[in-house]
Design a protein around this ligand. Structure first.
Ligand SMILES: CC(=O)CC(=O)SCCNC(=O)CCNC(=O)[C@H](O)C(C)(C)COP(=O)(O)OP(=O)(O)OC[C@H]1O[C@@H](n2cnc3c(N)ncnc32)[C@H](O)[C@@H]1OP(=O)(O)O
Length: 282
């Protein structure tokens, strides 16, 4: 079950990063996004990332051209035919199931349907499709071109051959796969939840978020929790917080914070909107 062609659905931060990673590894990629402005931003972002690598001497200019040339940017769902479909659209189950149902009708029986969801149940997503055995999780981390880990999530019906194919694909694109069970937040988001939630509690109690970030970075964390939430996107992080909280039975210790909710409602989503906990507009 070799994966040579990849369709990435959703050209936001994660989708464009995954498309870049797959194209850089020689795969033929379709990047599908309905919103033309988002698609254009993705094209410009990938071109800029590749240009930066060229300027640093890490990539030859012709190789950069080949990488971006391997990505077909499209707003037409009819182009979404591939060996592997990876969805990285909005973190809502109904949107994901509707997309996969549509794409199942376009693709052949061998196509693998993978979700980059951070926390939604892969088994629940698969159960709505005609071939649940072809569905799995393929969870990249932000920024996808840099972060090595990928969680390969087995749903209750995922065919073992599909898991194997995704492990091989992950390695082929230069990442490190970890196969995990379909549990709330999988591994990383389950373990990381208290990093955010407890930091938000401290902020609610009046500790400045800059101080919390500074202290944790001084302890060796690459990014303090507030900088990291701004990188991930406060909308994404809040959706994951709510999803893990609900799936774990609403324990007080995992209750999402109003501070997160307020950031989402005010549109201060982090780096991608120019403002979150910090201001990136300057
Ligand atoms: C919500 C979910 O389900 C999943 C998630 O995504 S959880 C979040 C997971 N991500 C993390 O935990 C990220 C933690 N942070 C880090 O690892 C690092 O801070 C970082 C890699 C993002 C940046 O590294 P840094 O050393 O702090 O900063 P910086 O010096 O600016 O960057 C280091 C290199 O990365 C590159 N880089 C930084 N951001 C980049 C991006 N978005 N895309 C591509 N390259 C990037 C820089 O150009 C630089 O390259 P050189 O070494 O060639 O100069």
């Amino acid at each position: 079950m070799e994966i040579n062609t990849v369709c990435v659905c959703g050209a936001g931060t994660m989708g464009s990063g995954i498309a870049q990673v797959a194209a850089a590894a020689g795969k033929s990629v379709v990047l599908y996004e309905l919103n033309g402005a988002v698609l254009e931003k993705a094209r410009a972002g990938i071109a800029k990332n590749l240009q930066t690598l060229v300027e640093k001497g890490k990539l030859e200019a012709p190789a950069a051209d080949h990488i971006i040339g391997r990505i077909r940017f499209t707003s037409s769902v009819d182009d979404c035919v591939a060996d592997l479909v990876v969805e990285a659209i909005i973190e809502k189950m109904e949107a994901k199931t509707a997309l996969f149902a549509r794409l199942a009708g376009l693709n052949g029986p061998q196509t693998i349907f993978a979700s980059n969801t951070s926390s939604l149940s892969i088994s629940a997503l698969a159960s709505t499709l005609p071939a649940p055995g072809r569905v799995a999780g393929l969870h990249f981390f932000n920024p996808a071109p840099l972060m090595k880990l990928v969680e390969v999530v087995k749903g209750k019906d995922t065919d073992p051959a599909v898991t194997e194919a995704l492990v091989a694909f992950t390695k082929a694109v230069g990442k490190v796969p970890v196969v995990c069970a379909d549990a709330p937040g999988f591994i990383v988001n389950r373990v990381a939840r208290p990093y955010y939630i407890e930091s938000l509690r401290l902020a609610e109690e009046g500790v400045p978020f800059e101080t919390i970030d500074r202290l944790l970075e001084a302890q060796g964390f690459k990014m303090g929790p507030f900088k990291l939430m701004d990188l991930i996107g406060n909308d994404v992080n809040y959706a994951v917080s709510c999803s893990v909280y609900e799936q774990m039975g609403n324990p007080e210790r995992l209750k999402p914070s109003n501070i997160q909710k307020e950031r989402v409602e005010s549109g201060n989503l982090g780096r991608k909107t120019g403002k979150g906990y910090y201001d990136y507009s300057k």
